[in-house]
Design a protein around this ligand. Structure first.
Ligand code: RP5
Length: 174
């Protein structure tokens, strides 16, 4: 299957104004972060996906974080690898909840990304998920849970998701 390019400028997949932004430091993060996108799509949550680098495009990062609230976003999922500043930089520019997903890095297998994302000094919170694909999926589920606080239809979908997960385990025969 052809590799999907993250659209750097536009919302994708839905015409509605996005509630969740999935941003990542590099196109190379997409193979992992597409799992966040797929999860949001499964729940029917309007979202956008973009490449924004805290260090390669600091102006864009600052602009995106500063305007996120006024553009109607409610949650930002920020993925980065290595010296992973993106989630922290977003959190510095907005009071929206920011969920950080550490990317598995070549040099340190993601431990660098995890520590850089999770160890925010007090005052600017980043909710950090697991390294890699589980973190990408869980960041999306966490975003849905946040949105579900004021959207009963999403709460219902989350219950159904959990029930389906449990039913699958119960039906597993070894
Ligand atoms: C980070 O550096 C990105 O989030 C990515 O995980 C990592 C490597 O980026 P590339 O060199 O592959 O563009 O900024």
């Amino acid at each position: 299957m052809a590799k999907k390019q993250v659209d750097k400028n536009k919302s994708q997949d839905n015409a509605e104004s996005p509630l969740v932004a999935v941003i990542m430091g590099s196109q190379s993060d997409w193979d992992t972060m597409k799992h966040a996108e797929e999860t949001l799509a499964k729940f029917g949550v309007a979202h956008e996906c973009r490449v924004i680098s805290a260090h390669r495009s600091p102006g864009l990062a600052s602009e995106f974080g500063s305007t996120a609230e006024s553009r109607g976003l409610e949650v930002i999922i920020a993925a980065a690898g290595g010296a992973a500043h993106l989630a922290g930089v977003m959190a510095a520019h907005t009071t929206l909840p920011v969920l950080g997903v550490p990317m598995r890095s070549e040099a340190l297998n993601g431990l660098d990304s995890l520590l850089a994302t999770v160890q925010m000094p007090g005052g600017i919170p980043v909710g950090t998920l697991a390294i890699g694909k589980p973190g990408a999926v869980n960041a999306a589920l966490f975003a849905v849970a946040i949105l579900a606080n004021s959207r009963p239809e999403l709460r219902k979908k989350l219950h159904e998701f959990r029930e389906a997960q449990e039913a699958k385990i119960r039906a597993t025969k070894l």
